[in-house]
Design a protein around this ligand. Sequence first.
Ligand SMILES: NC(=O)c1ccc[n+]([C@@H]2O[C@H](COP(=O)([O-])OP(=O)(O)OC[C@H]3O[C@@H](n4cnc5c(N)ncnc54)[C@H](OP(=O)(O)O)[C@@H]3O)[C@@H](O)[C@H]2O)c1
Length: 257
Amino acid sequence: MTMDAVHRIYISGASGGLGRALALHHARPGVALWLWGRNPERLDALAEACRAAGAEACVRALPLDDTARAIAALEHEDAAARFDLAYLVAGQGDTRSPGATSEDPMIVARLIRINLEAPAAMATVLARRMGARGGGRIVLIGSAAAFHALPFATAYAASKAGLARFADALRIAARPLGVAVTLASPGFIDTPAGRRIPGGKPMVLTPEEAARRIAHAASRRQAHLVTPRAFALLRLFDRALPRPWRDRLLRALAPPG
Ligand SMILES: NC(=O)c1ccc[n+]([C@@H]2O[C@H](COP(=O)([O-])OP(=O)(O)OC[C@H]3O[C@@H](n4cnc5c(N)ncnc54)[C@H](OP(=O)(O)O)[C@@H]3O)[C@@H](O)[C@H]2O)c1
């Protein structure tokens, strides 16, 4: 990979639906992409598609379950690449099994590690390094699920809510260094993972449209993108409802189990 590319973009979770769409959205001459994920075949196929669009692309298959290892790998990659834009997309969702009152405790631990611990630590690495060289942009992918105490997806809702608070705090901390932090909170996206979510999926976005909106928010250095906008209204509604009413509503929303 040559170092004189105009844009040097890092994407975690590039082997998934949204990460892939973000990579293809940016793929053009003058752009270099570092694509991380777990599935090597999907990463290689994506890199080929990005090269066909004129971008430079390299891949790394690395599980992010070991946060210390992820930090070290990102430090190493950024030292050579000097990213100016990073999307932290990798994440997992889960809901409780039919008949259970909560998720498996190990799933709770895993979701908090993959959706909160790893991206928060990795964003911190990037903010420090970008700040030391004068600026950059970091995008964290949250979820509209963060706005609600979902009783059937406690760990997912909590991990994304934690990530949202982290993103807001890091945004304030990193701004004097010229580093912009954007949190994207999408509703439903039509990816393989999105399709596994039980129940109805109102206002579902294609991965391409979600990627376009998220990239636009990042280019404007927007603090928080909620998309579609109706999910911002649902957040206000959740906050305004008296707690017993809200609890009853959230219980009723639970997918069949
Ligand atoms: N789809 C939706 O409706 C929706 C809505 C709101 C927010 N989001 C968020 O958007 C992001 C992308 O979701 P998606 O729908 O594109 O899901 P996806 O298709 O399942 O992609 C998830 C990506 O994360 C990677 N990943 C998962 N666990 C990992 C781990 N332990 N270590 C390293 N990489 C890991 C996957 O790698 P491999 O595929 O190679 O295993 C894949 O690249 C997630 O953070 C998700 O929470 C999605």
